[in-house]
Design a protein around this ligand. Structure first.
Ligand code: G6P
Length: 595
């Protein structure tokens, strides 16, 4: 959801900023731009399209100070004019922004009445002009500007008359800064300087900074200097190699066995679930799980596991809905916030809300330095390693595995059992295989030939098909939908005809016949049915089906963890067959840091 970066130092600013932008591209790739200080002026290079397009335009200059942006369009189409950085009318200030300014309309109207012109449709351009209006060269220019803004922002600003200094502000969007041996690195994600700095500072909401190679000065909203404590960088393990894979997504799906092993190792060695004991649980009367997108689906599966194994009231909600639905939440609520990135704005908002209501919060996140990890009372690490493809795959599998173990731990505590869930997952990790592209060919061809793609399933399988359907639509742009297999006659069947393909997932014995009924209802309306199951279904019951996919056999409660790779690869292979880039689907971003 937009990435911002800054650099001051001894090297070519454009080169350094470009490196950072490449690492931030997961946050949006609609357009990109760089502004550098060049004697007494600011030079801007920007373009629509991906960072590679910007790279082709840049020439090395002597500039050693600049800011940069990669955009995921919110206000204004992804055009050249709307591309950041934005300049103030007098070209004194250049600004890059991640976030949304909700009251930009009112501010813009006021500035226009004072004679200011606007070149873009963005909310950000008002910030550059508000800075100009302050007519000041110190931190108060930025503080006064921010005091007029309603919304979220991480801002990096340069002024043509203040050489080699970058002004920073943060509210509800991440912003990090590091200073090392005469160089300053600024970014929306510390991955940009992990290899370059031994420690970094995290700006909190309503904190400001003037960064220069001499020092990093931090301020509060009153303009008073404050001290921030740095975080060491060593603990991050980041891998950006694709190895022999064509895409990150393919690599990440295939990493699942290794991810599960690593997860077990991490949880077992530190017995991370031990703290959820009788005393701990006694405080709560319900568990609420929260997430967005794929993380929401992981939360749904977690809620089912908790209800099933521990018999505790557990439910999962979409963060953007939950935060505005006047939820019943108090100090007897355990709130688990599921987020790969730990930066999703709506999920963070629920975390804040839950804390304000006295709930205990747990961050189930893959990024241990994320805002969510810092905000929550407890952390359950996802241990999936860096996930780069926009569509989440291995993180989903790891999230539901952690939730499986968590639910088993609660069951052990509540029912006085001693089930060795580490051992169970360890065996799964040893046996699990990722389907080969060849085994998917028939299903892929059918998806490509169909106008509509539907997924049906019940209970666990309904959660899995929700994720299957999301994955396919995310990276193939095919209009897909998922339905509970018992609900087809209440609307869904009117959509089904001979141009439809229906994937029916059945992994729970007691629901197999029920889902088969649903599949036959679709078949009777002309759909091509692809049955997906680990069971040996008698031929008579699959007569007329287009294809049957046999899943690897595991216990029913582990099938949600093992079966999802089939659907992830189905999406991946279909995307490839359509000539798309599965790693960077249009209009989407990996980290959604705006509401
Ligand atoms: C975006 C990503 C999804 C992800 C969702 C939630 O939509 O494209 O892959 O599932 O955000 O992200 P989070 O980081 O909170 O899991």
């Amino acid at each position: 959801m937009c990435g911002i970066a800054g650099y001051i130092g001894k090297n070519c600013a454009e080169k350094q900023l470009l490196e950072s932008l490449k690492l931030l591209e997961y946050r949006g790739y609609d357009s990109a731009g760089i502004a550098v200080q060049d004697k007494n002026k600011i030079n801007i290079t920007k373009t629509t399209g991906k960072i590679i397009a910007l790279e082709n335009m840049l020439t090395s200059t002597k500039s050693i100070c600049g800011i940069a942006h990669t955009r995921w369009a919110t206000h204004g189409a992804p055009t050249y004019e709307n591309t950041h950085p934005h300049l103030s009318n007098d070209s004194t200030w250049a600004v890059v922004h991640n976030g949304i300014i909700e009251n930009y309309g009112t501010i813009k109207k006021d500035l226009i009445s004072k004679g200011y012109n606007f070149k873009s449709e963005t909310d950000t351009e008002v910030i550059a002009n508000l800075l100009q209006q302050q007519n000041s060269n110190d931190i108060h220019a930025l503080i006064n500007t921010c005091n007029m803004l309603i919304g979220s922002y991480a801002l990096a600003c340069i002024n043509k008359n203040i050489p080699n200094k970058i002004f920073l502000a943060r509210k509800k969007s991440p912003l990090y800064v590091a200073s090392e041996q005469g160089e300053v690195f600024i970014a929306s994600d510390p991955v940009c300087f992990l290899s370059k700095a031994s420690e970094y500072y995290t700006l909190a909401d309503n904190q400001y900074c003037i960064a220069s190679t001499k020092h990093l000065e931090f301020f509060n909203t009153s303009g008073q200097k404050i001290n921030l404590q740095p975080t060491k960088t060593e603990k991050f393990d980041i891998s950006y190699q694709k190895h022999n894979y064509k895409h990150y997504m393919e690599k990440e799906i295939n990493q699942v066995p290794a991810v599960l092993n690593n997860l077990i190792e991490t949880y077992k060695s530190a017995d991370l679930l031990k703290k959820f004991d009788k005393n701990y649980l006694a405080k709560f009367n319900k568990i609420v799980l929260i997430g967005c997108g794929t993380a929401y689906h992981a939360g749904l599966m977690g809620a089912r596991y908790i209800q099933e194994f521990a018999r505790i009231d557990a439910s999962c909600h979409i963060a953007s809905e939950y935060r505005y639905c006047n939820p019943i939440i108090d100090n007897k609520t355990l709130c688990i916030l599921v987020s790969q990135s730990g930066e999703t704005a709506d999920t963070l908002a629920v975390c804040e809300l839950a804390k304000a209501h006295g709930a205990t919060t747990v961050a189930l996140t893959n990024v241990l330095y994320s805002t969510l990890a810092r905000m929550a009372d407890e952390i359950l690490p996802v241990c999936a390693g860096t996930e780069i493809a926009v569509a989440s795959t291995k993180a989903y599998t790891a999230q539901i595995t952690v939730l499986y173990m968590f639910a088993k731990q609660l069951q052990n505590v509540i029912a006085n059992k001693k089930e060795n869930y580490y051992e169970i997952v360890h065996k799964l990790a040893k046996k699990i295989t990722i389907p080969s592209p060849k085994s998917l060919k028939k299903a892929v061809l059918e998806v490509l030939a169909s106008e509509k793609v539907f997924f049906i399933g019940r209970d666990y399988d309904y959660v899995s098909v929700k994720e299957a359907s999301l994955k396919l639509k995310e990276i193939t742009y095919i209009n897909t939908a998922e339905h509970p297999a018992g609900e087809l006659k209440h609307g869904f069947l009117s959509l089904v005809d001979k141009n439809s393909v229906v994937f029916a997932l059945a992994t729970q014995q007691h629901l197999l016949n029920k889902t088969l009924n649903g599949a036959h209802e679709a078949l009777a309306r002309g759909a091509k049915v692809i049955m997906v199951s680990q069971f040996n279904i008698p031929k008579e019951q699959t007569q007329g089906f287009y294809h049957t996919v046999k899943l690897q056999k595991f216990s029913e409660e582990l099938l949600p963890i093992s079966c999802i790779s089939f659907f992830q690869l189905l999406a991946y292979e279909t995307s490839l067959a359509k000539g798309l880039n599965p790693d960077q689907p249009r209009n989407l971003a990996k980290s959604v840091t705006v509401e």
